[in-house]
Write a protein that binds this ligand. Structure first.
Ligand SMILES: [Zn+2]
Ligand SMILES: [Zn+2]
Length: 223
Protein backbone atom coordinates (compact mmCIF):
# COMPACT_ATOMS: atom_id res chain seq x y z
CA UNK A 1 0.00 0.00 0.00
CA UNK A 2 1.22 3.48 -0.81
CA UNK A 3 2.36 5.65 2.09
CA UNK A 4 -0.44 7.93 3.24
CA UNK A 5 1.26 11.04 2.01
CA UNK A 6 1.28 9.81 -1.60
CA UNK A 7 -2.49 10.14 -1.48
CA UNK A 8 -2.11 13.84 -0.75
CA UNK A 9 -2.11 16.14 -3.75
CA UNK A 10 0.45 18.45 -2.21
CA UNK A 11 4.20 18.75 -2.06
CA UNK A 12 6.69 20.12 0.45
CA UNK A 13 7.22 23.82 -0.22
CA UNK A 14 10.99 23.49 0.30
CA UNK A 15 12.10 20.14 -1.20
CA UNK A 16 9.11 19.64 -3.53
CA UNK A 17 8.66 15.99 -2.52
CA UNK A 18 5.05 14.75 -2.35
CA UNK A 19 3.79 14.90 1.21
CA UNK A 20 2.97 17.50 3.83
CA UNK A 21 3.11 21.20 2.93
CA UNK A 22 6.38 21.36 4.90
CA UNK A 23 8.03 17.97 5.48
CA UNK A 24 9.70 17.11 8.80
CA UNK A 25 13.24 17.21 7.37
CA UNK A 26 12.70 20.65 5.84
CA UNK A 27 10.98 21.93 8.98
CA UNK A 28 14.07 20.86 10.95
CA UNK A 29 16.32 22.57 8.39
CA UNK A 30 14.76 25.98 9.11
CA UNK A 31 16.82 28.13 11.50
CA UNK A 32 14.49 29.26 14.30
CA UNK A 33 15.22 32.74 15.68
CA UNK A 34 15.00 31.86 19.35
CA UNK A 35 16.42 34.14 22.08
CA UNK A 36 18.86 35.70 22.63
CA UNK A 37 17.85 38.37 20.11
CA UNK A 38 18.08 42.16 19.95
CA UNK A 39 15.21 43.49 22.06
CA UNK A 40 14.36 46.07 19.43
CA UNK A 41 14.84 44.57 15.97
CA UNK A 42 15.00 40.84 16.71
CA UNK A 43 18.45 40.19 15.20
CA UNK A 44 19.93 37.09 16.85
CA UNK A 45 23.16 37.54 18.79
CA UNK A 46 25.29 35.89 21.46
CA UNK A 47 23.42 37.66 24.28
CA UNK A 48 20.31 39.84 24.62
CA UNK A 49 20.85 43.54 23.85
CA UNK A 50 18.50 46.54 23.77
CA UNK A 51 19.94 47.73 20.46
CA UNK A 52 22.31 45.91 18.12
CA UNK A 53 24.77 46.92 15.39
CA UNK A 54 21.97 46.64 12.85
CA UNK A 55 19.44 48.95 14.55
CA UNK A 56 21.56 51.23 16.77
CA UNK A 57 21.10 54.89 15.86
CA UNK A 58 18.17 54.21 13.55
CA UNK A 59 14.85 55.89 14.13
CA UNK A 60 12.42 53.01 14.16
CA UNK A 61 8.75 53.71 14.74
CA UNK A 62 8.06 50.18 15.97
CA UNK A 63 8.74 49.11 19.56
CA UNK A 64 9.99 45.63 18.63
CA UNK A 65 10.32 43.28 15.68
CA UNK A 66 10.44 39.49 15.80
CA UNK A 67 10.51 36.73 13.21
CA UNK A 68 10.19 32.95 13.30
CA UNK A 69 12.99 31.83 10.99
CA UNK A 70 16.17 33.06 9.31
CA UNK A 71 15.66 33.94 5.65
CA UNK A 72 18.16 31.39 4.34
CA UNK A 73 17.99 29.11 1.28
CA UNK A 74 15.27 26.85 2.77
CA UNK A 75 13.13 29.75 3.98
CA UNK A 76 13.58 31.48 0.62
CA UNK A 77 12.22 28.41 -1.21
CA UNK A 78 9.30 28.29 1.23
CA UNK A 79 8.50 31.97 0.71
CA UNK A 80 8.82 31.68 -3.07
CA UNK A 81 6.35 28.75 -3.16
CA UNK A 82 4.02 30.67 -0.84
CA UNK A 83 4.13 34.06 -2.51
CA UNK A 84 4.92 33.38 -6.16
CA UNK A 85 3.86 29.73 -6.45
CA UNK A 86 0.24 30.26 -5.45
CA UNK A 87 0.61 28.08 -2.32
CA UNK A 88 -1.84 29.99 -0.14
CA UNK A 89 -1.98 26.98 2.23
CA UNK A 90 1.51 27.94 3.42
CA UNK A 91 0.20 30.93 5.39
CA UNK A 92 -0.99 28.46 8.04
CA UNK A 93 2.41 26.71 8.13
CA UNK A 94 4.11 30.10 8.49
CA UNK A 95 1.72 31.12 11.28
CA UNK A 96 2.35 27.82 13.08
CA UNK A 97 6.12 28.47 13.04
CA UNK A 98 5.56 32.04 14.23
CA UNK A 99 3.42 30.82 17.13
CA UNK A 100 6.11 28.29 18.10
CA UNK A 101 8.98 30.81 18.10
CA UNK A 102 7.54 34.28 18.81
CA UNK A 103 5.77 35.32 21.99
CA UNK A 104 2.52 37.20 21.33
CA UNK A 105 2.95 40.91 22.18
CA UNK A 106 2.19 41.51 25.86
CA UNK A 107 0.01 44.42 24.76
CA UNK A 108 -2.52 42.10 23.01
CA UNK A 109 -3.15 44.50 20.19
CA UNK A 110 -5.04 44.24 16.94
CA UNK A 111 -3.18 42.21 14.29
CA UNK A 112 -2.70 44.32 11.15
CA UNK A 113 -1.05 43.20 7.86
CA UNK A 114 1.28 45.27 5.71
CA UNK A 115 -1.06 46.01 2.78
CA UNK A 116 -0.22 44.28 -0.49
CA UNK A 117 0.20 45.88 -3.89
CA UNK A 118 -3.23 45.49 -5.57
CA UNK A 119 -1.63 44.50 -8.89
CA UNK A 120 0.58 41.82 -7.35
CA UNK A 121 -2.38 40.60 -5.34
CA UNK A 122 -4.35 40.14 -8.57
CA UNK A 123 -1.44 38.41 -10.31
CA UNK A 124 -0.83 36.05 -7.37
CA UNK A 125 -4.48 35.42 -6.64
CA UNK A 126 -3.87 35.94 -2.94
CA UNK A 127 -2.23 38.32 -0.44
CA UNK A 128 0.38 36.50 1.68
CA UNK A 129 0.81 39.11 4.46
CA UNK A 130 -2.96 39.45 4.88
CA UNK A 131 -3.43 35.66 5.15
CA UNK A 132 -0.50 35.41 7.56
CA UNK A 133 -1.97 38.15 9.77
CA UNK A 134 -5.32 36.36 9.89
CA UNK A 135 -3.69 32.99 10.68
CA UNK A 136 -1.50 34.48 13.43
CA UNK A 137 -4.47 36.37 14.93
CA UNK A 138 -6.50 33.20 15.07
CA UNK A 139 -3.65 31.23 16.72
CA UNK A 140 -3.13 33.99 19.31
CA UNK A 141 -6.83 34.67 19.84
CA UNK A 142 -6.43 38.31 18.83
CA UNK A 143 -8.59 40.40 16.49
CA UNK A 144 -7.29 41.08 12.95
CA UNK A 145 -8.07 44.17 10.90
CA UNK A 146 -6.74 45.67 7.67
CA UNK A 147 -6.12 49.15 9.05
CA UNK A 148 -3.51 50.23 6.50
CA UNK A 149 -3.67 51.14 2.83
CA UNK A 150 -1.09 52.15 0.29
CA UNK A 151 -1.09 55.92 0.04
CA UNK A 152 0.84 55.95 -3.23
CA UNK A 153 2.56 53.60 -5.63
CA UNK A 154 6.18 52.62 -5.06
CA UNK A 155 8.73 50.30 -6.61
CA UNK A 156 9.56 46.88 -5.23
CA UNK A 157 12.07 46.96 -2.39
CA UNK A 158 14.05 44.06 -3.83
CA UNK A 159 17.62 44.92 -4.85
CA UNK A 160 17.64 48.32 -3.12
CA UNK A 161 20.01 49.51 -0.38
CA UNK A 162 18.65 50.37 3.07
CA UNK A 163 18.71 54.11 2.27
CA UNK A 164 16.94 53.53 -1.06
CA UNK A 165 14.38 51.36 0.67
CA UNK A 166 13.70 54.05 3.26
CA UNK A 167 13.17 56.69 0.56
CA UNK A 168 11.07 54.28 -1.53
CA UNK A 169 8.49 53.69 1.21
CA UNK A 170 8.55 57.08 2.95
CA UNK A 171 4.92 58.17 3.47
CA UNK A 172 3.86 55.26 1.27
CA UNK A 173 1.27 53.96 3.76
CA UNK A 174 -1.67 55.54 5.53
CA UNK A 175 -4.15 54.34 8.12
CA UNK A 176 -7.59 53.71 6.70
CA UNK A 177 -9.15 55.18 9.84
CA UNK A 178 -8.15 56.44 13.30
CA UNK A 179 -6.36 53.78 15.34
CA UNK A 180 -6.38 53.15 19.08
CA UNK A 181 -4.28 51.09 21.46
CA UNK A 182 -1.57 48.64 20.51
CA UNK A 183 -0.97 47.09 17.09
CA UNK A 184 0.78 43.88 16.08
CA UNK A 185 1.97 44.56 12.53
CA UNK A 186 2.53 41.49 10.32
CA UNK A 187 4.65 41.02 7.20
CA UNK A 188 6.07 37.94 5.48
CA UNK A 189 9.78 38.86 5.34
CA UNK A 190 11.78 41.41 7.35
CA UNK A 191 14.69 42.61 5.24
CA UNK A 192 15.97 45.96 6.57
CA UNK A 193 12.80 46.87 8.47
CA UNK A 194 12.08 49.97 6.38
CA UNK A 195 8.69 48.80 5.10
CA UNK A 196 7.38 47.87 8.55
CA UNK A 197 8.90 51.05 10.01
CA UNK A 198 7.00 53.14 7.45
CA UNK A 199 3.77 51.23 8.22
CA UNK A 200 4.36 51.60 11.96
CA UNK A 201 4.86 55.35 11.49
CA UNK A 202 1.52 55.62 9.69
CA UNK A 203 -0.20 53.67 12.49
CA UNK A 204 1.41 55.84 15.18
CA UNK A 205 0.35 59.03 13.38
CA UNK A 206 -3.20 57.65 13.24
CA UNK A 207 -3.21 57.17 17.02
CA UNK A 208 -1.65 53.77 17.74
CA UNK A 209 0.00 53.76 21.16
CA UNK A 210 2.58 51.13 20.28
CA UNK A 211 3.43 48.93 17.30
CA UNK A 212 5.15 45.54 17.57
CA UNK A 213 6.19 43.81 14.36
CA UNK A 214 5.94 40.08 13.68
CA UNK A 215 7.28 38.49 10.49
CA UNK A 216 7.67 34.95 9.23
CA UNK A 217 11.32 35.24 8.12
CA UNK A 218 14.14 37.68 8.72
CA UNK A 219 17.22 38.48 6.67
CA UNK A 220 20.32 38.14 8.84
CA UNK A 221 23.30 40.41 8.29
CA UNK A 222 26.87 39.29 8.76
CA UNK A 223 28.66 40.82 11.74
ZN1 LIG B 1 10.72 18.99 2.40
ZN1 LIG C 1 18.69 45.42 16.71
Amino acid sequence: MAPWWLLLPQRCAVCDRPGPALCDACRRSLVLLLPPVCERCGAPGPWPVRRCAECAGRRLSFASARAAVAYDASARRFVRAWKEGGRRDLADEAALLVSQVVQPPATHGVVVPVPSDPERRRARGHAPAESLAEAIASRWGLPAASLLRRARRFERQRGKSAAERRANVRDAFAAARPVQGAICLVDDVYTTGETVASCAGALRRAGARRVDVVCFARVLRAG
